[in-house]
Design a binder for this molecule. Sequence first.
Ligand code: TYM
Length: 325
Amino acid sequence: MAKQKLLSGIQATGKPHIGNYFGAMKQFVDMQDDHDALFMIADLHSLTTVKDPSVLRENILNVAIDYLAIGIDPNKAKIFRQSDVRSHTELTWVFNCLTSMPYLMRAHSFKDAEAKSKEVNIGLFDYPMLMAADILLYDPDIVPVGADQKQHLEFTRDTAEKFNNTYGETFKLPEDKILKSVGTIPGNDGRKMSKSYGNHLPLFASDEEIEKFTMSIVTDSKAPEDKKETEGDTLFRLHELFSSEDVLSEVRNGYENGGIGYGDAKKMLVESIKAFVAPLREKRAEIAKDKNHVLDVLDEGGKAADEIAEEKMRDVREKIGLNIS
Ligand code: TYM
């Protein structure tokens, strides 16, 4: 049986954090063996916020290194840059002309930016259409993402349907793959982990960053002997992600029956995170030494992606009437 097709991506907005990792990137690695997989660096999406060319260049290269460091194998899956495939922006324009402004005004990303009185550029407003193009060009069966991308996948399916209804069957409707067991990873203030909240821990953090992040996790004021709630508790949630069975059951026991203070639980978490991050950090440093290899991986991935996308785009151009021969 043919393998299912999979596509996903992350933006090049800075260092990925553990929310990106557990919410999405870990699944990329787990799924690369039995899927036909494409992993994109969404560098054009990053342009909505990153305005410094040297920063963008560095971010793009860094995401490629991060992908390799977490274990994406370019012999199994393709890693490519969105900007290496021109069809993404071309198809976005086609979708723009099928989509109404009130529809896009429903996007959470737009509403959030407006609520914060940020200046919303057209790129940010149009973000979901570029994402729809990213996905639909490749006919993936599934798109593994974190819970916050659910609406973007709905927009993608709606856009595929709108196009298919207008011009005839062209795009496959993809399914999102959101791990219920993971959900949304909290930052150290209890809100969703996000760079824009400054409550995040970089995936390849230094020991000092790990200590600083963990020791500032917000807790209530219960004393060590008090019973504590595990459900919805950020500190406990992070133990679930990083700690061994033994450490986790010690912490659970201390929470449920009393006997563990938040300070001690934090110190234990620091050790668990350090043990998890250290080997990843070493592997990343090793990969970063060979920039040419990373560029080769992107080059090869870009060509492979472009071939698939261009074939789809030829069909689109014909369907919409841009092909006059
Ligand atoms: P980005 O770069 O913001 O996030 C990358 C992935 O990380 C997930 N994520 C989280 N998961 C759990 N808990 C959190 N606190 C958390 N924060 C982030 C995101 O859900 C995402 O899966 N729009 C995409 C990039 C993109 C894309 C695509 C993805 C562009 N085109 C096509 C899939 C297919 C994004 O915002 O990524």
